[in-house]
Design a protein around this ligand. Structure first.
Ligand code: NAP
Length: 497
């Protein structure tokens, strides 16, 4: 948004919020559908421009566009069902002794203007109209997007689609604003502004933690929901390592997918040094060696990859398993695979850091006890995976139990890359993979980051929001006196009260 200071932007966002928070869930759902339609109207120009800016293949970007519009539609469906507000009613009891019990009615409400930082690795699904924006707008919050400098034209196009949807739906223009200032300071001012009520971020640990600290130092601290990446440990049990012909190719394609630029990239493989392990290593290395260096999202990410990879490969006890190919341009990232003993891994914090790119480190363990110590040495992760034969999985129940303590999503016999957008998805794990492991940034539960409960005590029916009134024409599920019921409440507009 040119010419406006961050203060202007937040003042506008807050003013728009005072109107938008009363807009019915049905109208918000129609708005989300309109954004999805307008994104589709951008045609393949959007794909072409995003591909030029990010070097991501067009097929991948088309998929991502589908995911983006489906996310918007999923939140619209959630609003139409209505139950997500968790309407809960405990009716009063005037006869209770020694004191009457008041009538208590609680539900979730939007918190206010939300600042969203667009991610570089998902120019559509985690940027301007991505999951953070969709969930915040669905909740009734207004949104200020700090677009990522790596894809400014893509962001501008998607912003124009959102503005057109706002116009068609007759909503206040400032419910969505984009700030395209490419300085770190602009983002910091947005986070520090007193009218900002929450922040959503996907990117580096350094960026997410800096914003989290900044928000914590405000006079009124606010939540920063930062997803800051992960090394996504994959435990390979001995039977499957020995018997599976497909495991090496499956793992290699996940490590190499999108030049390794996924927060769910399997950056750490952990296995026992048993029969078949050496042959597995050779096969995995052969699969990885076939790949050529690919263009990364931006030169900064490529430079960070080369630096982090080189640092990891030069640590004590780390052995490179494939002959590294030379990058021909500064934007390219060549694949890397390395091996280290469990003892050297456990002792070295550098080896537990994310190397964002087509890189993975294999940790060789002597026995199950050492494998457990490796898992216990790990920090919080977005995902953890176990590959095993059906008969050996129960034998390693304790290892699986330890993995569960480290992650937000636990996967059995599948790769961590590929995150479904559903209600049951959890994309957020213990720190430092996320700043708050109780929330997800993918799936419809992402809406709960931007709401807070308010309880109404002894309020007259006419002043209650429709979801909490006795008669409910919205036909939503709600909890009345500890029993889930469907009721009919009249539609009601608080502004008219
Ligand atoms: P980034 O450096 O974390 O930047 C993301 C956004 O945050 C940018 O808009 C950036 O501002 C802003 N930002 C970063 N540090 C900040 C600070 N101290 N104060 C205020 N704002 C700050 O991420 P990136 O550019 O996408 O990639 C860099 C590295 O992040 C990668 O090499 C990779 O390690 C990691 N990464 C992780 C994920 C993941 O899924 N977890 C995704 C992408 C990248 P500007 O717009 O001013 O640059």
């Amino acid at each position: 948004m040119s010419g406006l200071s961050e203060d202007d932007v937040l003042q506008r966002a807050d003013k728009a919020f005072q109107v938008y928070r009363y807009i019915s869930a049905q109208k918000r759902a129609a708005f989300l559908h309109a954004i999805a339609a307008e994104i589709d109207n951008l045609t393949d120009d959007l794909i072409r421009i995003a591909a030029e800016e990010t070097c991501l293949p067009e097929a991948r970007l088309k998929n991502e566009r589908g995911r983006t519009t489906n996310q918007l539609k999923a939140f619209a469906q959630l609003l139409q069902a209505g139950d997500w507000v968790q309407a809960t009613i405990d009716t009063g009891d005037t006869e209770r002794k020694p004191l009457p019990r008041p009538d208590l009615r609680k539900m979730l409400f939007p918190i206010g203007p939300v600042v969203v930082f667009g991610a570089s690795n998902f120019p559509l699904a985690f940027s301007t109209a991505g999951g953070d924006t969709a969930s915040a707008l669905a909740s009734g919050c207004t949104v200020v997007v700090k677009s990522h400098p790596a894809h400014p034209r893509t962001s501008a196009l998607v912003s124009s689609a959102i503005r057109e949807a706002i116009r068609q739906c007759g909503l206040p223009g400032d419910i969505f604003q984009e700030v395209s200032d490419t300085s770190i300071e602009a983002g910091q001012r947005l986070v520090q502004h007193r009218l900002t009520k929450a922040v959503a971020f996907t990117g580096s640990f350094q960026g997410g933690k800096a914003l989290f600290d900044l928000a914590g130092k405000r006079e009124e601290p606010i939540p920063v929901y930062a997803e800051m990446g992960s090394i996504n440990p994959v435990v390979l049990l001995p039977g499957i390592v020995r018997e599976s012909d497909t495991l090496p190719a499956t793992l290699a394609s996940s490590i190499l997918l999108g030049v390794g630029q996924f927060c769910t990239n399997p950056g750490l493989l952990i296995a026992l040094d048993t029969d078949g392990f050496t042959s597995f290593l050779h096969k995995l290395a052969a699969e990885m060696a076939q790949a050529s260096p690919g263009n990364m999202l931006h030169t900064g990410i490529a430079a960070a990859y080369k630096h982090k990879k080189s640092e990891a490969l030069h640590q004590k006890g780390v052995h490179t398993l494939i002959q590294e190919k030379t990058d021909t341009t500064e934007r390219q990232g060549a694949p890397a695979l390395a091996l280290v003993d469990a003892r050297d891994f456990i002792a070295n914090p550098i080896l537990k850091e994310e190397v964002f790119g087509p890189y993975s480190l294999i940790v060789k363990c002597e026995d199950e006890e050492e494998l457990k110590r490796v898992v216990q040495s790990l920090k919080g992760q977005l995902t953890a995976t176990v590959f095993g034969l059906p008969q050996e999985l129960p034998v390693y129940r304790e290892v699986i139990g330890l993995l569960q303590t480290r992650c937000g999503r636990l996967i059995c016999n599948g790769v961590p890359t590929g995150v479904e957008v559903t209600k049951a998805m959890q994309h957020g794990g213990p720190y430092p993979s996320s700043t708050d492991s109780k929330f997800t940034s993918v799936g419809t539960d992402a809406i709960y980051r931007f709401v807070r409960p308010v309880c109404f005590q002894d309020f007259p029916e006419a002043l209650l929001p429709p979801e909490l009134q006795n008669k409910n024409e919205l036909n939503i599920w709600r909890c009345v006196n500890n029993t889930w019921t469907r009721a009919a409440i009249q539609t009601f507009n608080l502004q008219q009260a």
